[in-house]
Each structure stands twice: as structure tokens, then as C-alpha cells.
Design a protein. Sequence first.
Length: 438
Amino acid sequence: MRRIRAAAVGAVTLSLVLSAAACGGGSTDGAGSNSQPKTLTYWASNQGASLEVDKKVLQPELDKFEKKTGIKVKLEVVPWSDLLNRILTATTSGQGPDILNIGNTWSTSLQASGALLPWDAKNFEQIGGKDRFVDSALGSTGVQGQDPAAVPLYSMAYALYYNKKMFKDAGVEKPPATWDELIATGQKITKAGGSGIGVEGSNLSNNIHQVFVLGKQHGADFFTPDGKADFTSDGAVAAVKQYVDLMATAKIVAPGNAEYAQNQSLSDFAKNKTAMVLWQTASATFKAQGMADDEWGVAPAPVPSGAPGQGKATNSMVAGINMAVFKNTKNLDGALKFVNFMTGDEEQKILNTAYGSIPPVKTAQQDPAFNGPALSVLRDTLATSAAALPQVPEESQFETVVGTAVKELFADAAAGRAVTTESVRAKLEKAQQQMPKK
């Protein structure tokens, strides 16, 4: 999905989304029209170390767009903890922005609302054509076989970031490639006085990303081929237990991580308190936290065999941010011009460099700026060993209910309560009962 910043997605029922089929967002102040679009409103997701960092990155680019087109863009950077609920409210009230960022894993859920502009051939033509974008990014823009609900803006993948100082102090020579190696490395570092690995136990979307990948490694998808929730399969239960057991059994995650949801694990990493994190494009945040590039390293996320690939060797979900337009915008021409601007080669290089992400636009991705060691790992992961989260309308609700189950299990582990196969299965059964019946 998207870059995870503070993604504690609220418990919003899918019926709210689906009831919005006849609704939509768009400018609410009456400024502008297709014949004379003077103003656009834009909800940007929090990609940087803070909302203020995002404003400093984006505002000069929006000023550049205004100078070029005469269209002023009113910017609001929305925290991940609020973004999905804000979007769902906008789909029902009609009081939304013209353009917005969405986590790519929400594309199908929001597509089902009917509130977003479909990106048919005509609309893609306005931004240079669909074939400008890499296939992996297009794979998370909506239901396969339908016109996408959004276009890719930033591409990301998960990797294992490791703190070189903490590795050296503990006598660890190289990053782990398997989960057994990760636990052994984490325990060695923990004995040396730090925490082996950090998690964001209260971050619902991050929880989902981690257990989805582990589910693939256990042969589970969390949904059946016909789109029904399947949270209690042996593979799904094993995946959730394996993730929580990093704290509950292996003891390489500090109990306080159960409450983390605001990048605290990255802060601990930068302060030499935690030696490893599984994260998407963390380099910009490390820099903002005062870390030099040579103080950390990056390696592919672990897989049981040590060799990432497809199927049970999957080691990341296809992460990223998409840009969508509310179908009922009063400034459609202006909105299309803005999407064209933001997905143009020049802006793709500027923005993805600022955020440490990878351009989903083919020509921009080939720029030498994206060939460094850290981004090479992420780019290779996206190309060879990442899988898209289930493209089902209930995906956002899946994040809420299963992400909450994982959060509760981390709370149990932090409190010293046993996390057993039975307790994991019970949490997932409860989560599955909260999903819509098909």
C-alpha cells in the first residue's frame, strides 16, 4: 500500500463507502470551472517525517504549477491516522477536495464508492498515456479489468533497514536473510543492550502489510479467489502468530512497541535503541532524524529460504501512493492538468527524491538518482518479489479488523499474556465475523 506514516485506520464500515455511489467530492467554494479553473484543493498524504516537512516539499512545486497554469492549488497534508475516514466522509457528503492522495491498497475499496474519476483511455491520454507507468504500480489502482480509480504517484516496497553501529557493537557482520537469522541476530543485539527489531504495534495498516507478506510465505492470502474473507486458515493464523511472536516469544521487540503508531520505531532506530526495522523507503525519515546515509544499511526483507522471489518467497507488498480525482469536481480540466504535472518526469524526480521513493513512471525511474544501493533493493523487490494486496472492495475494512486483531495481540504480548495459536485464531475469527457477508 501506501507509505505508512501513522496509519491507524478508523473502524468505518464498508456500507458507508458503498452508499456513496451517487456522491462525490470537489471544490466547495465555487471557484473555478472547466472553462476557467482558477483553484484546486489537494489533500496530500503525510510522506515525510512530519506534516511540516511535506508542506516544505510540496508548496514550491504547487507554486511552480500555479506559475505555469494560473491555477492555485490549496494544499492540506492529512495525517494517515485521519486520511481514510476523511475520504470516506467526503464521498458521502460531497465536501471533498478536487484531487487527493490515497494509499494504493485502498484503490479498490474507494473505487466501489463510485466517487472517484475512472481513468479510462481518454483521461489517461490527458496525462501522456497509461503505458508511461510500470505494471507493478498499475496493478494496485483498482479492480483488474476495470478502468483504474487512480494513477500511481510514488512507488515503494518493504526492506530490512539495519543500524550499522548497533550491528558492529553486537559483533554482527551482515544483515539476516532468513527469519531464523533475524531472530538470532535480534537476540544477540538484545543481549548487548538494545532492541533487535522495532514494530509499530498500534499501526493497523503496517500490521496488515507485515502479516500479509508472512501470509504469502505460509501460503495464505486472507481472501479466497472469489473474494470472501479467509482470515482463519492455518497459514493466516501462522503468519499473525509469527509476527507477534517477535515480541511474545523471541523477545526481540521491546514491549513499548505495542503502542507505537507514529514512526516511533524509526526514531528509536535513529537513536541507536533499535537495530532493525521493516519499512518502506525510510531514508528520508532517517535523514530528518539526523542520521547520515552511511550509518544505516538496507537489505531485502527476510524469507524462509533466504532467497526472495514469488509465492512463498514474497517479501513485500506492492506499496505506494496513488493520486485520485473526485468525479464531481467542478475543475476537471484543472485537475487533469495537475495530475499530468505531478506525474511528469521532472516532478517525479523531484518528489520521489525528496521522499526516498521510486517513480512509478518508467522514464523517470531510469534516472541515475534512483540507482543508489538503497533504492536498488526496493526497485528489485518491486520487480521480482512483491505482491499486491487483495484487490477487493473490502480491503480497507480488512485493514481495520485484522489490523486491530494484531494490535490487540501485541498488547497481550506486552502485558505478558500468552499468545497462542488458539488465541490468535480466536482474534481472527472475531475479525472475520465483522466483515460483510457475501
